[in-house]
Write a new protein. Structure first.
Length: 94
């Protein structure tokens, strides 16, 4: 229900790129993270997106099935790991 991806861009760069596509974001109260969440209001089929700030990397959580608040609640369980740990647990690097 939630797709998690990491991006080699700051949260401000990631947010700006998504806002250029019509996304609207607001700061969210998150457990253990600083981040923003939103959707593209002009597109009712757009996913709920939560961006988590991890310095020069942004973690993006995306869901077509959950609301922004539901994705934000899930975000508290996200842990940053190194590439080896990620791949050992089934994570994909592209």
């Amino acid at each position: 229900m939630v797709r998690l991806s990491g991006h080699s861009a700051s949260i401000n760069e990631s947010r700006a790129a998504l806002e250029a596509l019509g996304g609207e974001f607001e700061i969210l109260p998150l457990d253990g993270w600083e981040g923003v969440g939103g959707t593209s209001p002009a597109d009712p089929a757009s996913p709920a997106v939560v961006l988590l700030d991890h310095g020069s990397t942004t973690f993006m959580l995306l869901s077509y099935e959950l609301t922004v608040d539901e994705v934000a609640a899930f975000a508290g369980s996200v842990e940053a790991v190194d590439e080896t740990t990620w791949e050992a647990n089934g994570g994909v690097i592209r």
